[in-house]
Design a binder for this molecule. Structure first.
Ligand code: MG
Ligand code: MG
Length: 283
C-alpha cells in the first residue's frame, strides 16, 4: 500500500504558508470579540467569514459529524466545545481552536483568552496564569523542534516547562496535562501522522528533520488530568471541574530552521525567550 511520507518537500512546505496565515487571521478576528455578552456562535461566524473572505474553507467542517468552524471551550471545558447560544460572562476562560484549508493544504491553531472581570481579580489572575503556562509550554515544544532529533523530545520539553512553573494555585499540585488528546502531523489533511504527545513517552517517535510539519498543542488543566466527553459527544471537560487551557500552532521544519505557519511573525516573539529565531521558508 502506498503511504505518503510524513516529510514534505520544500514546495509543499511553501503551500502551507497561506493556509497558516488564513488560520491566524480567523483567530485574530475572533480574539477581540471575546467579551461579556457575546455568544460562542457569534465567534464561530466571525472565524468562518474571515476564512471564506480569503478564498479558503473551514477544515473543521470537513471533520465527520462536526458542523462549525471553531471549537470553543469555556472554563472546565478543555477542548472540542461546540459553538452555540452560550453567552460569555466576565471572568470566563475561553479556548478557541480553528483551522483553514486552502488549495488542499491545512492550518490548525488555538488560543486561550480570559474575559476581564474587575470584580474577581483573583479568579482572573489564576486563569491568566493557567493560560500563560499552557502557551509557554507550547513555545517550549516549538523551540525544541528546532534542535531535537526525535519527537519524544518535544513532549519532554512541554512537560518539563509545565513542571518548572510550580504548582497550580487551584490544586496545589502540578498543572495537569491531558493524556488522551495530543498534537499531530498536518498537511493535506488536518490530522496526519505522527502523534505529538505533550509529555514524556518511552518511545522516541519519528525523526525530527526537514519536511516535518507538526501541530503542537498542549492541553493543560489547573487540576487533574482526567476528562470526560459531555453528552453532546464532543466537548472534553475536566472530571474535577477545574479550568482548562489550550494553545496550538502549526510549525514547519525546513532546511533553514523552523517557521511557525500559523503566526504572522513566524513565531519570532514567542520563540525569543527560548533563544530560537524562526527562519522563513525559502522561495
Ligand atoms: Mg486545533
Ligand atoms: Mg490540532
Amino acid at each position: 500500500m502506498f503511504r505518503r511520507s510524513i516529510y514534505k518537500t520544500p514546495a509543499q512546505l511553501r503551500s502551507m504558508v497561506e493556509p497558516g496565515l488564513i488560520t491566524a487571521a480567523a483567530l485574530d478576528a475572533v480574539r477581540p470579540l471575546i467579551t461579556p455578552g457575546v455568544t460562542t456562535l457569534e465567534l464561530d461566524a466571525a472565524a468562518n467569514r474571515t476564512i471564506l473572505d480569503r478564498g479558503a474553507e473551514s477544515n473543521f467542517q470537513l471533520v465527520r459529524g462536526y458542523h462549525h468552524t471553531i471549537c470553543v471551550s469555556v472554563n472546565e471545558q478543555v477542548v472540542h466545545g461546540i459553538p452555540g447560544e452560550r453567552v460569555l460572562v466576565p471572568g470566563d476562560i475561553v479556548s478557541v481552536d480553528c483551522g483553514a484549508q486552502f488549495q488542499g493544504w491545512n492550518g490548525d491553531s488555538a488560543v486561550t483568552v480570559v474575559v476581564p472581570d474587575p470584580e474577581r481579580p483573583e479568579l482572573v489572575a489564576q486563569r491568566e496564569e493557567l493560560s500563560r503556562v499552557t502557551e509557554g509550554s507550547m513555545w517550549a515544544g516549538i523551540a525544541a523542534m528546532a534542535s531535537v532529533s526525535s519527537i519524544d523530545e518535544i513532549g519532554a520539553a512541554i512537560q518539563e516547562y509545565i513542571e518548572a512553573q510550580g504548582p497550580s494555585a487551584v490544586s496545589g499540585a502540578p498543572y495537569g496535562i491531558l493524556r488522551e488528546y495530543v498534537g499531530h502531523g498536518i498537511g493535506r489533511k488536518m490530522h496526519e501522522a505522527p502523534s505529538v504527545f505533550n509529555y514524556r513517552t518511552p518511545d522516541r517517535g519519528a525523526d525530527v528533520k526537514p519536511g516535518l510539519v507538526l501541530a503542537i498543542e498542549p492541553m493543560v488543566t489547573a487540576g487533574g488530568e482526567a476528562t470526560y466527553v459531555e453528552d453532546d459527544d464532543w466537548t472534553v471537560t475536566t472530571v474535577d471541574g477545574t479550568d482548562g487551557s489550550h494553545w496550538e500552532h502549526s510549525v514547519a521544519l525546513h532546511d533553514g530552521g523552523i517557521w511557525v505557519l500559523t503566526a504572522p511573525d513566524g513565531g519570532r516573539a514567542g520563540l525569543a525567550p527560548f533563544g530560537v529565531e524562526p527562519r522563513e521558508i525559502g522561495k
